[in-house]
Each structure stands twice: as structure tokens, then as C-alpha cells.
Write a protein of this length. Structure first.
Ligand code: ADP
Ligand code: NI
Length: 213
């Protein structure tokens, strides 16, 4: 087999090409952050670093948002790896991870290997913290969804959840603050706690500035 680093370089090139032009919150920059975090977790919990890196690079390569609502990442992962000098067992392992890591799979997702759990944690962590705030706002902006709607405008009576309809703040409560309990590895839970604390502080300040404590 070719040198692992040379293979990763070729995968990186292919993924960057296929994902070029995708918006900031969900393009190669997201992949690079997932890769960085996945490496940090792997260094602490073990697992096959080569598989972790390949899966991190490939996990969103055929994201449904950019392919008419059809998730094609696992298919593209196989396609890319088949053209490289990578063994069949690794191709199957990586595409199984890519196919089963997404939040959207829910209960249909199959049990992930340690390497899969690492990349899944790294992907979920990218929805938290300062980056998570920015990505939520970016996502909302592409869909004309406001980050916040004042209590006076949304008919809500619970001020602690002001503006939690279809808003960015709503997304914090409905999804992002639940992610911490879904993480697989201890290092990821540790990082998540810090990132969630930052988001809660941001929300407190935001609502205070809006006069809705
Ligand atoms: P990934 O595929 O990387 O796991 P998603 O495609 O689910 O992530 O989401 C990309 C980003 O957009 C995340 O930061 C997520 O929190 C944000 N996002 C997803 N759905 C919504 C929503 N309904 N409102 C606001 N932000 C959202
Ligand atoms: Ni992702």
C-alpha cells in the first residue's frame, strides 16, 4: 500500500475539489475543523488514525443539501477510495462510518466503530461553541430564518425560551443543547461542556441586550 499520508493528500484534493463553492459553514472549512478535532480525540482514546482521517475528510463529501436532497457521501467515499491504493477492508470501514454518522439517520443508524464514534463526535462538536453560533446564523440566513424573534412578537409566555419558534435560538434549544448527551467519547464531552457554556453565556447576554432576561 502507498504511504498513508500520500493517500490522505489525494483524498483531501478530491474532497476539496468536489466541495468547492459550498458555503462557509458547510464546506471544506467544516471538514478541516472536524479533522482537527477528530485527531485530538483519537490521540486520547486510540483507534486507527488513518481510518479516522479518511472518514473525517469524506464524511460530508456528498452532503444531501448539495445533491438535491439525496445523501451521497458514502457512495462518493467508495468512489474516491477505489481509485486509490486502499485495501477493501478500509474502504468498507470508512464508507460504513460515512453512511452511519449523520444525526439525520437517527435510530436507523448502525452501531459505529471506535473510529466512527470519534468522527461523529468531532462533527457534532462543530455545531457547538463560537463556531456553532456562527453556523446557526449562517444556516438561518440562507433560509430567511431569523436568529431571534422578540417575545412580544412570538406570543411566547416563557421568557427563558424567548423567541424559540423557527429561529436560530430555537435550534439551540431543540438540537444543539441536546448534543452533549449524545456524544460517545469522554474528551468530546469535555470539549462540549465548555462550548455549551460559552453558547449559554452568549444567549444570556444576547437576551439581556434585547431586554428579555
Ligand atoms: P453536519 O452535516 O455537518 O452534521 P448539518 O448539515 O446538520 O451539519 O448542519 C449544518 C449547520 O447548520 C450546523 O451548525 C447546524 O447546527 C446548523 N443547522 C442545521 N439545521 C438548522 C436549523 N434548522 N436552524 C439553524 N441552524 C441549523
Ligand atoms: Ni459534517
Amino acid at each position: 500500500m502507498e504511504e498513508p499520508n500520500a493517500i490522505i493528500d489525494q483524498v483531501a484534493e478530491q474532497v476539496s475539489e468536489r466541495m468547492s463553492g459550498q458555503q462557509a459553514g458547510h464546506g471544506v472549512d467544516h471538514v478541516l475543523r472536524v479533522l482537527k478535532t477528530a485527531r485530538e480525540i483519537q490521540a486520547q482514546v486510540g483507534g486507527d488514525r488513518f481510518v479516522v482521517e479518511l472518514a473525517a475528510w469524506l464524511h460530508d463529501v456528498g452532503d444531501a443539501k448539495f445533491h438535491d436532497g439525496v445523501e451521497r457521501s458514502a457512495e462518493f467515499a467508495r468512489e474516491i477510495l477505489r481509485d486509490l491504493d486502499v485495501g477493501n477492508d478500509i474502504i468498507e470501514h470508512v464508507s460504513h462510518i460515512v453512511d452511519n454518522l449523520s444525526f439525520r439517520k437517527g435510530s436507523a443508524a448502525k452501531e459505529l466503530s471506535l473510529e466512527g464514534k470519534i468522527v461523529q463526535d468531532a462533527d457534532r462538536l462543530d455545531a457547538l461553541g463560537a463556531i456553532g453560533i456562527v453556523r446557526t446564523i449562517e444556516f438561518g440566513a440562507t433560509r430567511g430564518q431569523p436568529f431571534y424573534v422578540s417575545e412580544a412578537n412570538d406570543g411566547s409566555t416563557d421568557s427563558s425560551k424567548a423567541g424559540t419558534g423557527k429561529t436560530g435560538i430555537g435550534h439551540f434549544h431543540e438540537k444543539l443543547f441536546k448534543l452533549r448527551d449524545l456524544l460517545n467519547t469522554e474528551p468530546a464531552k469535555h470539549i462540549a461542556a465548555e462550548r455549551e457554556q460559552f453558547m449559554r453565556a452568549f444567549l444570556d447576554q444576547f437576551l439581556r441586550e434585547c431586554g428579555e432576561e
